[in-house]
Design a protein around this ligand. Structure first.
Ligand code: ADP
Length: 548
């Protein structure tokens, strides 16, 4: 017997409409590329998204057409999120930190018809436009006063375009499985591959973000969105926030510690989200303030810091707690997963644990979000026990997980039972907490056993002189591979190889001890802020370990 409930499609337009109606005055605050901090509201955003929708329709954009952005986090970018998807077109958020050849590749692969770009990227697109023959025109995301002279073909000023159109538009209604946005994986090996989200997957994932045990977003929150809008939909925050009317704060392109701190303080931010590297920059700024004034400045409103994209080191989780009483929600996911897969919230039995034991729970990447099934398997595909010890290939499935890449790139990605193999190696404990051991390709294979590069890195950054650490496997005649630890020291800090190894000794298994430590000025990162291990492995391919 079928239920007798209405069959309303889950469409992204319902999110901005709801926000405008029930949280119309709630603010959206942006540090602009032009300079000043801009304030708008959900009501104004809905109006402008509709104006933009009308503009796109007048430009001939139809259902399924791709419209790209090359932009930092700001209110115009979010208007484009809604303006494009709500008329049934596909928002393609290009990561500007990719190499130019990759940007060119994905814009051509996606067949983007228009590119909306921040002022920052005008020179880049001027150089590249001849190699993007399918792009019909460029919209520069600024007002007329700041519109530059440009050779971009059919260049239009965003404000002029939006203002030329009416805000009267009834969003079209279509099937909820219609594509809504497109995001390419960073492609550290091979070409980037497109993940194509739907209205349904996006709305369902948006609900998840509002669950107390996931990101716990509510109307009382003021959220500093440090994670870029071009990085897996900023972890779904623009959708979840609209669903409950949370205030949003966008940092523009100013990601330095001081600028981030000022927004956290001045906008009374309760929750923020970003990859570990941005928090390292914040900590450096806080250390500098402490050196000058003798104390860490306060952030009395900050309650939750969502950290994902790479493992959040224990020292980072602890520092947010010690300095601000802010709880780090350790999150794991992938572009292919919209991206939320697990979040590290506590169970009732953990609440009164002493801090060090609580950190043992928080360093894990957390428990599956409702909607995501998780399991670990051996190389033959046999499921492994959830005992917190066995580690294997992490697989996922669910309604916001990809079923294949755009245009069939990469072939079939699911097994016969729809499991998607993440490429991560992990453990699952009896309480359901998942811990990433490593990326399958980064794990160090030493004498038939595996060493987790992530665990070593996390321990190393606990040393007071260490700003950042990376561990890679280097060929070894006897053990096949042994760990090499690369360290960036904090400005002005000193630490010798011996001191670092001594520090690690009580913290790790003996046979995990890095065979050598190399101090470097900086470490290479991917376009989404992860350590670029492929480059490091190349750089240190012929490195001779002592005694090897
Ligand atoms: P992006 O590069 O856009 O972040 P990817 O989808 O390429 O996204 O990255 C997903 C991968 O990032 C995961 O498969 C995992 O290896 C890594 N990752 C994400 N979150 C965490 C985390 N909390 N701890 C460890 N690794 C993580």
């Amino acid at each position: 017997m079928r239920g007798l409930m209405q069959d309303a499609p889950l469409l992204i337009s319902s999110l901005i409409d709801y926000a405008a109606q029930y949280h119309g005055e709630r603010e959206i605050v942006s540090r602009t590329i032009e300079g000043p901090v801009q304030r708008t509201s959900y009501a104004a955003m809905q109006r402008r998204a509709k104006q933009l929708g009308n503009a796109l329709l007048s430009m001939g954009i139809k259902l399924g057409d791709r419209v790209a952005t090359l932009a930092w986090n700001g209110y115009r970018h979010m208007e484009i999120y809604y303006g494009v998807s709500c008329i049934g077109a596909v928002l393609h958020t290009i990561n500007p930190r990719l190499f130019p050849e990759q940007i060119e590749y994905i814009a051509n692969h996606a067949e983007d018809q228009f590119i909306f770009l921040d002022l920052t990227f005008v020179p880049l697109m001027e150089q590249m436009q001849d190699r993007l023959p399918k792009v019909r025109g460029f919209v520069v995301m600024t007002d007329e006063a700041h519109m530059p002279k440009t050779s971009l073909r059919n260049a239009v000023c965003y404000e002029k375009l939006v203002n030329a159109h009416s805000d009267r538009l009834a969003w079209p209604v279509f099937d909820e499985s219609t594509a809504s946005s497109l995001c390419y994986t960073s492609g550290t090996t091979g070409n980037p591959k497109g993940v194509l989200y739907s209205h349904r997957s996006t709305v369902l994932h948006g609900f998840a973000g509002c669950m107390g045990d996931v990101l716990g977003i509510t109307s009382s929150d003021s959220i500093l969105v440090v994670v870029p809008l071009f990085h897996a939909n900023a972890w779904g925050i623009p959708y979840s926030a609209a669903m409950c009317g949370a205030k949003l704060v966008f940092p523009g392109m100013a990601m330095d510690g001081k600028s981030i701190f000022e927004l956290l303080r001045d906008e009374r931010v309760t929750m923020t989200a970003g990859v570990p590297t941005v928090w390292l920059m914040l900590f450096q700024y806080l250390d500098q303030v402490k050196a000058e004034t003798g104390k860490i400045p306060e952030l009395p409103h900050l309650k939750r810091v969502v950290i994902g994209g790479s493992a959040a080191p224990r020292a980072m989780i602890k520092r947010f707690w010690d300095d601000f009483g802010a709880y780090v929600v350790h999150a794991w996911g992938m572009t292919e997963m919209s991206p939320l897969g697990t979040t590290g919230n506590l169970l009732p039995k953990h609440k009164d644990l002493p801090i060090e034991e609580r950190l043992d729970v928080q360093v894990k990447q957390g428990r599956a979000v409702y909607g995501v099934e998780l399991r670990i398997t051996d190389d033959e595909g046999k499921e492994l026990p959830r005992d917190g010890k066995a580690f294997g290939n992490l697989q996922v499935r669910g309604p916001w997980i990809t079923s294949g890449y755009f245009k069939g790139e990469g072939g079939k990605v699911l097994d016969a039972d729809n499991w998607f193999t993440t490429g991560d190696v992990a453990t699952l404990d009896p309480d359901g907490y998942m811990q990433i051991t490593d990326r399958a390709k980064d794990v160090i294979k030493s004498g038939g056993e595996w060493i987790s590069s992530i665990d070593l890195e996390n321990e190393a950054v606990g040393h007071p002189a260490v700003a950042e650490a990376a561990v890679i496997g280097v060929a070894h005649p006897k053990w096949q591979e042994r760990p090499l630890l690369l360290i960036v020291r904090k400005k002005g800090a000193e630490a010798s190889k011996e001191e670092i190894l001594e520090f690690l000794e009580p913290r790790i298994a003996k046979w995990w001890m890095p065979d050598d430590v190399v101090f470097v000025d900086e470490l290479p990162h991917t376009a989404t802020g992860k350590l670029l291990k492929t480059k490091l492995r190349e750089q240190f391919r012929d490195y001779k370990l002592p005694g090897a």
